[in-house]
Write a protein that binds this ligand. Structure first.
Ligand code: SDX
Length: 394
């Protein structure tokens, strides 16, 4: 019992920390940020308002939200010296490789937000990370397509600014699509935090050593990149392109069940959810609406995804193992419809999850008697033995 929620006794022994941020009920497919159900936040709130909620614990009053937005847009610019850093990467560098490098370097530029024992430094670092991730993401994308970087336009919304920095070019006016702007804002809300997933636990462990906040977020970006985690949204689209046609679905489902085949049904399954991922349910509904509005309703990949989901959800292997679509199964289809290239899908995830990472880092680093994380292991190696000189080995 934790006062409000009951956990299975076995769960408590695996819990790595206490947190007031996010509640996850994997059995019933429930997710709440600071006590608010994700469905209500997705329907009624916006990304910056939820970011405020995660950082400060309460929904903001109008004036607090306006002040928070003013602070965030104040930090959207990047230090001009970083331009040469972006230029140093090969043109075909994966944007996640650039993100890890650039974010990790920020402590070299922003010395007034690296003293983790100074609450003001901590808050500025959190604001800087939330504000600069879209600018770094867009600059990483522009480098990969050989176009000039676009500076932030602080008259735009958080997602409007990101789309502008990604797709505007100096030679013609950029027309922001409100459908894309709103769809991205909603997807970002759904990706903000998710308890102790691999990347968030990585950020907490890095932070527990006293590393500066930018280094901690860079470690989270690195962990998120893996195809079993945040890289799954990119892997789902690559998988749908590889399957190609509904006729091939049985062959790929057979591969997913074959323990000798490394192929997994990307976008399916979850370590915690043994029910439908509530975020996937929201994104699935939104996917159809966005594709309709953007004129991609007949995207064969969407039809294929719906058919793949229908077949898998009626397949004994998936039903018995409680494998349902997760947040990554549909998000890539929407990103693709918004014109975002596949290699930027996980970058989108990283932008949104930065709010969860900095909130979890702030919660941990502000604790009294905060100690370094130190997971232990079961040793299953050789018994003690004596050294053998090289001429006696063999
Ligand atoms: C995210 O942790 C988080 O909260 C992550 C995340 C977040 O917001 O931070 O929700 C975001 O990372 C979502 C997950 C994205 N990844 C994918 O979609 C990749 C495909 N999924 C699998 O790799 C897998 O489901 C994982 C990695 C997500 C979970 O791995 P687990 O915990 O090892 O899976 P499990 O214990 O539930 O597996 C039970 C069984 C096993 O088979 P058996 O040993 O019982 O025979 O199901 C099998 C698994 O092999 N299985 C799959 C499968 N996922 C699990 N078989 C085929 N295809 C799959 N996708």
């Amino acid at each position: 019992e934790t006062g409000y929620f009951t956990y299975d006794p076995g769960f408590l022994s695996t819990a790595s920390c206490h947190s007031q941020l996010t509640y996850l009920d994997g059995k019933n497919g429930k997710l709440m940020y600071r006590g608010y159900p994700i469905e209500q936040l997705a329907e009624k709130s916006n990304f910056l308002e939820v970011a405020y909620l995660m950082l400060y614990g309460e929904l903001p009053q109008q004036q607090q939200l306006e002040e928070f937005r003013r602070i965030i847009i104040h930090h959207t610019m990047l230090n001009e010296s970083l331009k040469s850093f972006f230029r140093g990467f090969y043109h075909d560098a994966h944007p996640m490789a650039i993100m890890v490098g650039v974010v990790g370097s920020l402590s070299a530029f922003y010395h007034d937000s690296t003293d983790i024992n100074n609450p003001r430094h901590r808050e500025i670092a959190a604001h800087r990370m939330i504000a600069k991730m879209p600018s770094i993401a867009a600059a990483s994308y522009k480098h990969s397509v050989g176009e000039p970087q676009v500076y932030p336009d602080n008259s735009l919304s958080y997602t409007g600014n990101l789309l502008n920095m990604m797709f505007a070019v100096p030679c013609e006016p950029f027309v922001l699509n409100p459908v894309a702007e709103k769809a991205l804002d909603l997807i970002f809300i759904l990706h903000i935090d998710h308890e102790q997933n691999a990347s968030t636990s990585t950020v907490r462990l890095a932070g527990s050593s006293g590393a500066n906040p930018f280094a901690c977020i860079a470690s989270g970006i690195a962990a998120l990149w893996g195809p079993a985690h945040g890289g799954a949204n990119e892997a789902v689209l690559n998988m749908l392109d590889e399957i190609g046609d509904i006729a091939n679905v049985p062959k790929y489902l057979a591969r997913a069940k074959d323990k000798n085949d490394p192929f997994r049904l990307m976008g399916f399954g979850h370590r915690v959810y043994k029910n439908y991922d509530p975020r996937a349910r929201i994104i699935r509904e939104m996917c159809h609406e966005v594709l309709e509005k953007l004129g991609d309703a007949n995207d064969p990949r969407f039809e294929l995804a719906l058919k793949l989901e229908e077949i898998a959800l009626n397949d004994e292997y998936f039903v018995k193992r409680k494998l349902y679509p997760n947040v990554d199964f549909y998000s890539g289809l929407i990103y693709r419809a918004l014109g975002i290239p596949t290699n930027m899908f996980t970058v989108m995830f990283a932008i949104a999850r930065t709010v969860g990472w900095v909130s979890q880092w702030m919660e941990m680093i502000s604790e009294d008697n905060q100690r370094i994380g130190r997971p232990r292991q079961l040793y299953v190696g050789e018994k003690e033995r004596n050294y053998v000189p090289i001429d006696k080995r063999g």
